[in-house]
Design a protein around this ligand. Structure first.
Ligand code: FAD
Length: 526
């Protein structure tokens, strides 16, 4: 009864907000009323994201789907209705610019539906299903990667390609790319998917893969949620390592640092024993080594005096590498690591090594999250900027940004690591620079309201603009990762020669522009 009342309220809001006539029975006829909620807690949660950069965008209602059919019924109703309300899938809401939000429609809360308040019916999305022989797992689109890992480990298997942080949804990262230090070797997460179930903007449920509906398959991967809602993904697995040797070494010379990174990723075709499994790095502009929230790796057991490594007080660069192994091969890991390290040219006194279980390595950022949460420093605005920078221009970027614009304050970690373009399928919707090797530069900054100008949201946002302007003026043709633009022309420029196909497929699969309107690529047609 309460659910019905709430639903009627949601429908009335839809009518009032849109200002058009809607037969109130239209939504009631969806047959998914047990999953639609206007509970203020649900609405509030769906109105915000990790960025906290834009004001709250309360949706008209939140749906907690239990199946692909629930999602399909909702989207079909939106597509067929007189006014075409919008529908946005929301994974874990870890976007920063409202990409998973919609003010004039329904948010489909894909993650967390297993215990959500809309689960009055007791129906829940399916659990991961592992296929040990075939080495893949079928997962619900809202499944968090941490839960995918837990399920596959029960079979001694694990996905191959990761993000640094595992509390992100499968549908959310596959809509972007999903990258971490394994991408040089296995490609991004979108290169490790066999098959998808997708609900299109017309409410059709399609299965797609390399062989079946292949145009849809490639479009959805990296497609920013524009063509359909991923309800199932079939993800490739490998035998799970048990432990990880995790190493950090420092450089004061940028070109030596990047030469070593590029050398390490060039080994991707070598046998496993002759390459690292993970290659990343970060920039230390200030005392960021100590303030680096992503890890307490260097302290307290390995205190390091930055001034002793770089007496000029300049920028330092940290190469971060890891080797996975099974306990049965532990005896050879030292030798393998040693012979790889010998080929590198880091500052000799700067090797920091630790050894930990594979899960702890993959879940490392969550530890930092818990620490920040306990200090009230997690739920703050995050004006993050993620850029793909072509290899040929990375030295210019270093000079202009790390050694220039940033000054000596960073307000958060700055990641830098290269990837091989040939590990990215050019048919996907993801956009990367036009060179064989390109770098991710991720400025992962938190804004604080502590009276210090350099920590303020305004300061950091202006600095991001300055960085983009600098790249433009210096001819550094960067591509934004997790892109955010507000004008049509910027989106056309972002997609470059992929735009025509992107546009054509949008018209085919979501002609009323119902889906993921929070990306601000297309305007919904009423
Ligand atoms: P949401 O923010 O909920 O959604 C993102 C977009 O995808 C929205 O447009 C939404 O409508 C759409 N979407 C969501 N679910 C679906 C679905 N099932 N089907 C279709 N479209 C859908 N990224 C990396 O690549 N590597 C990293 O190492 C990394 N680390 C991060 C660490 C932190 C702490 C944070 C906050 C983010 C990180 N990210 C990283 C970025 C992250 O991958 C993206 O923000 C991603 O979109 C988040 O997933 P989500 O489930 O929260 O998606």
């Amino acid at each position: 009864m309460a659910t019905k009342l709430l639903l009627t309220f949601a429908i009335c809001r839809l009518i009032v907000t849109v200002g058009l006539t809607l037969d109130p029975t239209e939504l009631l006829l969806l047959g998914v009323d047990a999953q639609l909620s206007v509970d203020p807690t649900d609405v509030k949660a769906a109105s915000l994201d990790f960025g906290l950069l834009i004001g709250a965008q309360p949706p008209l209602a939140v749906m907690h789907p239990a199946s692909s059919q629930d999602v399909a019924q909702l989207v079909k109703a939106a597509y067929g209705s007189n006014f075409g309300f919008t529908v946005s899938a929301r994974g874990h809401g870890h976007s920063i610019n409202g990409q998973a939000q919609t003010a004039n429609g329904v948010v489909v809360q894909m993650s967390g539906s297993k215990g959500g308040s809309g689960m009055a019916s007791g129906r829940k999305p399916p659990h991961p299903r592992v296929w040990p022989q075939e080495r893949f797992v079928d997962v619900w689109g809202g499944e968090l990667w941490i839960d995918v890992l837990r399920s596959t480990l029960q079979h001694g298997l694990a996905p191959k390609s990761w993000t640094d942080y595992l509390y992100l949804s499968v549908g959310g990262t596959l809509s972007n790319a999903g990258i971490s230090g394994q991408a040089f070797n296995h490609g991004p997460q979108i290169s490790n998917v066999h098959e998808l179930d997708v609900v299109t903007g017309k409410g059709e449920l399609l299965t797609c893969s390399e062989e079946q509906n292949s145009e849809m398959f490639h479009a959805v991967l990296g497609g920013l949620g524009q063509f359909g809602i991923i309800t199932r993904a079939r993800i490739s697995l490998e035998p799970a390592p048990q432990r990880v040797r995790w190493i950090r070494v420092l450089y004061s010379n940028f070109s030596i640092f990047t030469s070593d990174q590029e050398y390490l990723i060039s080994l991707h075709e070598q046998p496993a024993s002759q390459k690292f499994d993970y290659v990343e790095g970060f920039v230390i502009v200030d005392e960021g080594l100590i303030n680096n929230w992503r890890s307490s790796f260097f302290s307290p057991h390995n205190p390091v005096k930055i001034s002793s490594l770089d007496p000029n007080g300049g920028v330092l660069y940290c190469l971060e590498i890891a080797k996975n192994y099974h306990e049965s091969t532990a005896s050879t890991v030292d030798q393998e690591v040693e012979s790889l390290l010998k080929k590198l040219n880091f500052i000799p006194a700067s090797v920091f090594t630790t050894d930990l279980p594979y899960v702890d390595f993959l879940d490392r950022v969550h530890k930092a999250e818990l620490k920040l949460r306990s200090k009230g420093l997690w739920e703050v605005p995050h004006p993050w900027l993620n850029l793909f920078v072509p290899k040929s221009k990375i030295a210019d970027f270093d000079k202009g940004v790390f050694k220039g614009i940033l000054g000596n304050k960073t307000s958060g970690p700055i990641l830098i690591y290269p990837m091989n373009k040939n590990k990215w399928d050019h048919r996907s919707s993801a956009v990367t620079p036009d060179e064989d090797v390109f770098y991710l530069v991720a400025l992962l900054r938190s804004a604080l309201d502590n009276g210090e100008e350099t920590h303020s949201l305004e300061y950091l946002t202006n600095q991001n603009r300055q960085i983009l302007r600098f790249c433009d003026e210096a001819g550094i043709t960067v591509k934004q990762y997790l892109p955010h633009y507000t004008t049509h022309q910027e989106w056309v420029d972002h997609f470059g020669n992929k735009w025509d196909r992107f546009y054509r497929l949008k018209m085919e699969f979501d002609p009323r522009h119902i889906l993921a309107s929070g990306q601000q690529i297309f305007t919904p047609t009423n």
